[in-house]
Design a protein around this ligand. Structure first.
Ligand SMILES: *[C@@H]1O[C@H](CO)[C@@H](O)[C@H](O)[C@H]1NC(C)=O
Ligand SMILES: *[C@@H]1O[C@H](CO)[C@@H](O)[C@H](O)[C@H]1NC(C)=O
Ligand SMILES: *[C@@H]1O[C@H](CO)[C@@H](O)[C@H](O)[C@H]1NC(C)=O
Ligand SMILES: *[C@@H]1O[C@H](CO)[C@@H](O)[C@H](O)[C@H]1NC(C)=O
Ligand SMILES: *[C@@H]1O[C@H](CO)[C@@H](O)[C@H](O)[C@H]1NC(C)=O
Ligand SMILES: *[C@@H]1O[C@H](CO)[C@@H](O)[C@H](O)[C@H]1NC(C)=O
Ligand SMILES: *[C@@H]1O[C@H](CO)[C@@H](O)[C@H](O)[C@H]1NC(C)=O
Ligand SMILES: *[C@@H]1O[C@H](CO)[C@@H](O)[C@H](O)[C@H]1NC(C)=O
Ligand SMILES: *[C@@H]1O[C@H](CO)[C@@H](O)[C@H](O)[C@H]1NC(C)=O
Ligand SMILES: *[C@@H]1O[C@H](CO)[C@@H](O)[C@H](O)[C@H]1NC(C)=O
Ligand SMILES: *[C@@H]1O[C@H](CO)[C@@H](O)[C@H](O)[C@H]1NC(C)=O
Ligand SMILES: CC(=O)N[C@H]1CO[C@H](CO)[C@@H](O)[C@@H]1O
Length: 626
């Protein structure tokens, strides 16, 4: 208590440390309902501080890092007197009820803030501390801590650790890596790319495998990091002892916090956050199913559900979801004044620019809400439709141009949904054969993207996408506009790698057999000219290894996700040569393990590799740390 008062007696120091926790400004500093008044919180805590002893506090959910820049990186942890999440929420008026964990009541009187130090060093022993600082957290932000460690060197591996101020209560040891400086030459960058991790449908083994192999530099998540459903509505958590809490459809701020916190108990997810910096974006399920700018599929939003806050208008449920996401994810707030902005670019040396889009929450035109599919189908080719909104679209095209102008070898574009046209009439029927919630429902936006690349002669484009729970590898082709030869790949202006789900089930049948899945894949590959390989059966992820001469994509399938295990199967490997703008032929070297490969073989050898095998596994951390 004494130390606490002494820290806070220096107003300047204290407010700097409060502001140092980015979550007090999250997601927007300038809108009362979307941010927290640091001044009020600091004052409240000075008046009635009841300090927790270090022994009462736990680092409940490990550590994480993300959004690497050449000289800084975002570090995250949670240090709390309770494992449970905070039940207080922010109302439009700015009133902050505080939850007292002992009496289980909402009270006005405050608990004391928690003070943490963090340090960053080049080795695990912190022989030399390169960056350090102090930050506060409190119930207002669910006891999360998010700081930016600065003064770092480009493309360098660092270790970091938090501790409760003036105590030996330390967090797990984290490892991270800054990005290369914008014009530096880098020979190779490895990325592990994920989407669609659904807790009650399986263990997140896919997250753990690159940790065990130590095979990449950064982790990309293209969204559906959590799902909003009750287990009974979408999940088989009962059978694998993975019930997502709170076990109901989630709406409130507490609900979203608790749901992310539950996911963040998966040991492989924790290991990935602890070992690699993440660059994530959201898709729809971070809020709800099939969201767009103004609504979602399972709730008809009304005007009164929208919170008006300065120039900002956000649906209340979306606001809760966004707030919890910013509290829990190690990401930056690119632009505090633009609510919901998450789209951003990472320049990774002269090698590549990674352009991360938000084709979902920010400013997407009406989507397929299931009762309006015919209508959205009718609109799908309307010139006015956008997945991003004009502000983000203009920014996107500018990013592509400036990336080419600065001479970055590759442009990697992170999209939530599958970009390429996919005729799925084999599953959907002939009336509405496309997925109108994906880019097929927003053809004008896709055309504008193609036109921009084509008109400005911008090559070496790789689209990465998720959302679909299946793997799709295609030449990037403006069908109907450019002549395309599916055998040679001529006429393509890039490649799309769409990845399967970490654990969300196969879209063609939750417990589909391999034979049945591969039969569907055969149909899809036969009826979509630009689609070169497709697999429905395996849950998994892929790695992208980018060098100046070529990009290699390696797809991995999980033999099973109903147990925690370190096994994986190599499904297919692809190469894109610099300047070729298409998949190298023969695609996948002519052989894939599963699915369907155009002009190629399916081997089905089922060679399962153990990623915990000694030659792969270099772990200095105890994965069972929790
Ligand atoms: C913190 O962790 C310790 C040891 O794991 C446990 O005994 C204690 O109950 C935890 N405290 C809280 C507040 O969760
Ligand atoms: C401090 O606690 C006292 C007694 O519980 C209460 O009356 C007062 O309102 C509190 N002050 C603040 C600023 O919360
Ligand atoms: C860290 O310290 C331990 C024990 O003092 C020592 O065995 C280890 O080699 C050191 N590691 C590094 C990277 O300096
Ligand atoms: C805020 O918390 C109260 C009390 O739990 C709850 O009734 C209300 O629905 C919550 N509102 C939001 C927006 O989360
Ligand atoms: C939303 O409104 C549409 C049109 O009135 C209706 O068909 C649909 O069932 C409603 N959905 C929900 C979830 O209430
Ligand atoms: C989808 O494929 C089927 C079978 O090849 C074809 O009959 C149908 O016209 C296609 N639909 C579209 C929109 O391309
Ligand atoms: C998109 O491009 C295709 C191929 O040129 C064309 O058929 C379609 O009408 C275009 N749609 C829009 C909205 O530009
Ligand atoms: C599918 O598999 C899961 C996990 O093993 C199981 O819980 C579920 O009951 C199965 N569903 C069906 C319809 O067989
Ligand atoms: C992919 O490449 C790796 C490394 O060369 C190899 O071990 C693996 O068998 C390949 N997978 C397939 C399906 O060809
Ligand atoms: C692959 O092999 C494992 C172990 O032999 C087996 O359990 C699994 O069913 C096989 N998977 C397929 C898709 O054949
Ligand atoms: C690695 O795998 C090989 C082949 O299965 C096995 O012979 C070897 O013992 C394994 N090594 C370890 C450390 O598990
Ligand atoms: C006695 C002591 O070590 N006090 C320290 C407690 O922590 C704060 C914040 O890190 C330091 O400023 C004090 O020196």
């Amino acid at each position: 208590m004494l130390h606490l008062l002494s820290i806070l007696s220096s107003v300047a120091v204290a407010s700097a440390s409060w502001a140092g926790n980015l979550n007090y400004r999250s997601p927007s500093e300038h809108h009362p309902g979307l941010g927290i008044s640091i001044h009020k919180v600091a004052k409240r805590n000075v008046a009635n501080a009841t300090a927790f002893t270090p022994a009462q506090l736990n680092f409940t959910h490990g550590v994480a890092s993300g959004d690497p820049y050449p000289s800084s990186v975002v570090l995250w942890t949670r240090i709390s007197p309770a494992f449970d999440d905070d039940k207080s929420n922010i109302t439009v008026s700015g009133y902050v009820p505080l939850y007292n964990h002992d009496t289980a009541e909402y009270v006005k009187a405050s608990s004391a803030p928690v003070c943490v130090n963090y340090k960053v060093g080049l080795d695990q022993n912190f022989t030399r501390v390169i960056s350090s600082g102090t930050a506060y957290t409190s119930s207002d932000i669910d006891y999360t801590v998010k700081v930016e460690a600065t003064g770092l060197e480009p493309f360098t591996r660092y270790y970091y650790q938090f501790n409760v101020c003036n105590s030996t209560n330390v967090s797990p040891l984290g490892r991270t890596k800054t990005s290369p400086a914008i014009s530096d030459y880098v020979s190779k960058i490895g990325l592990a790319i994920y989407s669609c991790s659904n807790y009650p449908f399986g263990f997140f083994n896919a997250y753990g495998n690159p940790v065990r192999k130590d095979s990449v530099d950064y982790v990309i998540h293209l969204g559906d990091y959590i799902y909003e459903y009750a287990n009974g509505d979408y999940g088989w958590g009962q059978s694998i002892d993975r019930i997502p809490l709170p076990d109901r459809t989630i709406y409130t701020l507490y609900d979203y916090r608790k749901r992310i916190a539950t996911y963040r108990t998966d040991l492989d997810l924790l290991a990935s956050h602890q070992n690699f910096p993440w660059i994530p974006v959201w898709d729809d399920h971070e809020v709800a199913d099939n969201t767009y700018r103004d609504g979602e599929a399972d709730l008809n939003n009304t005007e009164s559900s929208f919170v008006q806050d300065g120039g900002v208008s956000v649906d209340q449920r979306k606001m809760n979801a966004v707030r919890a996401y910013f509290e829990w994810m190690p990401i930056r707030q690119v632009e505090m004044d633009d609510n919901l902005r998450i789209w951003r670019t990472f320049s990774l040396g002269s090698l590549m620019d990674l352009v991360m889009l938000d084709t979902r929450q920010y400013d997407r035109s009406l989507t397929d809400l299931y009762w309006n599919t015919d209508y959205v189908h009718a609109l799908a080719n309307d010139a006015g439709r956008s997945m991003m909104g004009s502000r983000q679209e203009n920014w996107f095209y500018d990013q592509l141009t400036s990336s080419a102008n600065r001479g970055a070898t590759w442009r990697v574009i992170g999209s939530q949904t599958v970009f390429s046209r996919v005729n799925e009439s084999v599953a959907y029927g002939n009336v509405n054969p496309l997925d109108y919630d994906a880019w097929d429902g927003y053809q004008a936006n896709r055309n504008r993207t193609f036109a921009h690349l084509q008109d400005n002669n911008i090559g070496n484009n790789i689209v990465i996408s998720g959302d679909s729970h299946a793997s799709w590898v295609s030449d990037l082709v403006w069908l109907g506009d450019s002549p395309y030869d599916e055998a040679s790949g001529n006429g393509s202006i890039g490649v799309e790698f769409a990845g399967s789900a970490v654990s969300s089930p196969c879209p063609y049948g939750h417990n589909i057999t391999l034979t049945s899945a591969n039969n569907y894949s055969d149909w899809l590959v036969a009826n979509n000219r630009e689609l070169q390989w497709q697999d429905l059966y395996y849950r998994g992820y892929y790695e992208l290894h980018v060098s100046n001469d070529e990009v290699n994509a390696s797809y991995f399938g999980m033999p099973t996700v109903v147990t925690r295990n370190p096994y994986e199967i190599s499904l297919a490997n692809f190469t894109v040569k610099s300047g070729a703008n298409k998949l190298s032929r023969p695609v996948a070297g002519g052989v894939a393990e599963s699915g369907s490969l155009k002009r190629g073989q399916i081997s089905q050898t089922n060679l399962t590799h153990d990623t915990s095998n000694g030659t792969y596994f270099v772990s200095m951390f105890d994965l069972e740390v929790l």
